[in-house]
Ligand binder design. Structure first.
Ligand code: ZN
Ligand code: MN
Length: 483
């Protein structure tokens, strides 16, 4: 039988704020000594009162708007009751029936393994709501350790409709959400720092059916790779169960064992009734002024998909180049500054995507952590376009020196004597020498084999250490041989 997988994602992303969701503890807990960012509020002491973090609400609303969600005028917080040792309150403050936002969607490009676009999908977003995070448990030999630094940290939970059908689609959706959250500044969404985690709901059904069958929810996937592999594993496991005549009978919750590359059974999935949700009595409903929300919407930056499209249609970039340059906001700003001042998008793309990118990949650094500033790139492109240096010199020795030392290209050209030679007599002398040394090539050219010209030009360039103006060399050789 042929099956179709049905996949929905819940994405938890940390909101970039100075303080936690409902107290004034620092929200900067990465790599900190355990349990230093705590107070009676986030530790759930009796009688302590939470206060909503305005910055977290603002950034949540902005993220929801970027995902095309509706923002109702009122929303409220609810208690989600459960016991777990990383949650000292005995409940999580979340949002249940009146969340911050509803009904969004995001357009996603699905790529094949070589980075070519296969299709574009529109994934519906059920809601984005706010909640607080739990602490972190570390299991050791004789027991478990708990660190409450993260406890009470502001989270947005982004819930999608079950609109995805394989791991590639789910991975593409998750990556697009990460890009958008970073673009609007709502979350750094750094997977290595645990700022973004996924729960994937996976079920299968005979292809052609529209009904939803019981699903397995894979909890707490913390990388794109884990997300994709876990989904693939779960699809084949459920297909096998179905073929054995033993499909899932009810919803279950499973975990992902990264070492074994397998999901494992955790519990039958809890339904919302099990949490005994009720309105948070210590927090009033939240009123979101329509005018303020409309202002946020107006101030949204250009989002990655729109920027990518603009690079293709306005600047004439290939799809792949446009994607590389628009994926990261800082990279796109760098690129746009260079284009604005050099007026040469083609050279900007080629220097960033083929040359600089190679260095960044080798050194595993980002655009903001390296020495070649936009100003240096502009100067470099201007030097080529004015004929002061050759493109070959710029791409090779000169760029390498810029990247390593952070020195301005002008200065390096002076120091190393890399200026392009456009002096006719100097080039003529070398051309003459090369022609005399290669009688066979000359004969070939005379016999109509044009390729031999390139060979002679190459030899002249080599002789002149790449500094000759290649167009002039070409013209002079042709002139000397009268072809
Ligand atoms: Zn606190
Ligand atoms: Mn949640």
């Amino acid at each position: 039988m042929d099956f179709e997988a049905v996949i929905g994602l819940e994405i938890h992303a940390h909101i970039s704020t100075k303080t936690k969701m409902f107290c004034r503890c620092s929200n900067d807990s990465f790599d900190k000594e355990p349990n230093i960012n705590t107070c009676p509020v986030c530790m759930g002491f009796p009688g302590m009162l939470p206060v909503v973090n305005e910055e977290a609400v603002r950034k949540g609303v902005i993220a929801a708007l970027a995902l095309n969600c509706e923002i109702p005028e009122y929303c409220k917080f609810d208690r989600k009751n459960y016991f777990y040792p990383d949650s000292p309150k005995g409940f999580q403050i979340s949002q249940f029936d009146e969340p911050l936002s509803k009904g969004g969607n995001v357009e996603v490009e699905v790529l094949d393994d070589s980075g070519k676009k296969i299709k574009t999908l529109k994934i519906r977003i059920t809601r984005l709501h706010l909640e607080d995070d739990a602490g972190k448990l570390t299991h050791v030999r004789n027991g478990s350790l708990v660190d409450f630094n993260r406890c009470g940290a502001p989270l947005m939970e982004i819930v999608s409709e079950p609109d995805m059908h394989d791991s590639k689609e789910a991975g593409a959706y998750a990556r697009e959400i990460q890009k958008i959250l970073r673009y609007v500044g709502s979350s750094e969404a750094d997977m290595e720092k645990g700022m973004m985690r996924f729960d994937a709901s996976v079920s299968i059904r005979p292809r052609g059916e529209t009904k939803l069958y019981p699903r397995a929810e894979i909890k707490n996937l913390n990388s794109f790779k884990a997300l994709e592999t876990a989904i693939d594993y779960e699809i084949s496991r459920q297909t096998e169960l179905w073929n054995e005549g033993n499909p899932l009978k009810g919803p279950t919750t499973v975990g992902w064992d990264d070492n074994a590359q397998k999901t494992y059974f955790m519990r039958d999935k809890e339904e919302s009734d099990d949490y005994r949700y009720f309105p948070e009595p210590d927090l009033p409903p939240l009123h979101l002024d329509k005018k303020i929300v409309a202002g946020f919407k107006k101030d949204l930056p250009e989002l990655p998909a729109v920027k990518r499209q603009r690079y293709i249609s306005d600047l004439g970039l290939s799809e792949e180049d446009a994607r590389i340059l628009s994926d990261d906001l800082k990279m796109s700003q760098y690129f746009e500054e260079i284009v604005a001042k050099s007026k040469d998008a083609k050279k900007a793309v080629s220097f960033i995507n083929t040359i600089l990118m190679k260095y960044l990949k080798e050194d595993l650094v980002g655009i903001t952590e390296q020495k070649v500033t936009a100003g240096m790139m502009i100067e470099l492109i201007n030097l080529i376009n004015s004929g002061a240096i050759s493109g070959n010199i710029a791409k090779g020795e000169l760029f390498e020196e810029m990247y390593k030392t952070g020195k301005s290209p002008k200065k390096i050209v002076e120091e190393k004597g890399l200026k392009q030679v456009s002096d006719t007599s100097q080039i003529e002398t070398v051309c003459k020498k090369v022609i005399e040394g290669n009688p066979q090539s000359v004969a070939d050219i005379k016999a109509g084999k044009d390729k031999a010209i390139a060979f002679l030009v190459g030899n002249v360039m080599k002789e002149m250490k790449g500094q000759a103006n290649p167009q002039m060399v070409n013209d002079i050789i042709k002139k000397m041989l009268e072809v």
